[in-house]
Design a protein around this ligand. Structure first.
Ligand SMILES: [Cu+2]
Length: 153
């Protein structure tokens, strides 16, 4: 696995010319929500993975938003997306789970693959998402979803 991380680092350096590839956020159904604050309801967020990084580091949602994460892994190594409260991340960081069955907010995505997971954000505050494969979180494979306090704004 250490070799895989090194490979990913090498890919990062080699791939710097293509950095900045965009990502898209689709909302389903279309809402009149101001750009940048998603929900409430179900929204689809496409998350690209390249060079052991998510291409989204921060999202803002309203309470009562179910995010359908669509993960596209553009790396030649496995990754995962774990969304949830701190205890969920502690459990995964202790390791031992190289593959995740489809639990809401927890999904593995194989090399070059696509995967989906759903997670509902109800309580205001920050929720972390991360990849807990060895070394990936330390490398920077994480982000934050902020749930704003008011559903009406
Ligand atoms: Cu990873």
């Amino acid at each position: 696995v250490r070799r895989a991380v090194v490979l990913a680092l090498a890919a990062l350096i080699a791939g710097s010319a293509v950095a900045g590839a965009g990502y898209a956020i689709d909302t389903e159904p279309a809402t009149s929500a101001p750009k940048g604050v998603l929900g409430p309801g179900t929204v689809t967020v496409r998350v690209g993975i390249q060079h052991s990084r998510y291409n989204i580091e921060r999202l803002t949602v309203r309470p009562g938003t179910t995010v359908r994460f669509v993960l596209d892994n553009n790396d030649p190594i496995n990754h995962e997306l774990i969304v949830g409260p701190p205890e969920v991340h502690r459990r995964h960081e202790r390791g031992g789970e190289p593959f995740h069955p489809p639990v809401p907010g927890e999904v593995s995505v194989g090399a070059g693959g696509r995967a989906f997971t759903l997670y509902t954000f109800d309580d205001p505050g920050d929720v972390v998402f991360a990849c807990h494969l060895p070394g990936h979180l330390a490398y920077g494979m994480s982000g934050t979803i902020t749930v704003i306090s008011s559903p009406a704004t």
